[in-house]
Design a protein around this ligand. Sequence first.
Ligand code: SF4
Length: 112
Amino acid sequence: MPVWFARGLRRGVVTTRYPARSDASAAWLPTPPAFRSGQLTRQAADRMVAVCPGPALSRRDGMLVFDVGACTACGRCAEAAPGVVTSSGEFELAATARSALIKKIPIRGDER
Ligand code: SF4
């Protein structure tokens, strides 16, 4: 009998306390990016769109359109545009409407 199984029977707890309490391991989870609008240029946006492996990023006029629901948190956009992208730290992404997962980030880095 595996040790973890016997321990679970003895303690009555076989999983973590999540979601009642956040799990410490959540700090190491890859999370979708967050974009710094003031640092974001059209050139950087186009680089990120080009390296994104799915349909999560696109550029429309002066906006970077980010579909959080299509993001795999792979980190390629952060590698393509350092200084523009940070980790959101957010992995609880459930939404009742698909449209709530589409973010439009103004491209303001070209205004400087
Ligand atoms: S983390 Fe990966 S999938 Fe998500 S937006 Fe960046 S490149 Fe696209």
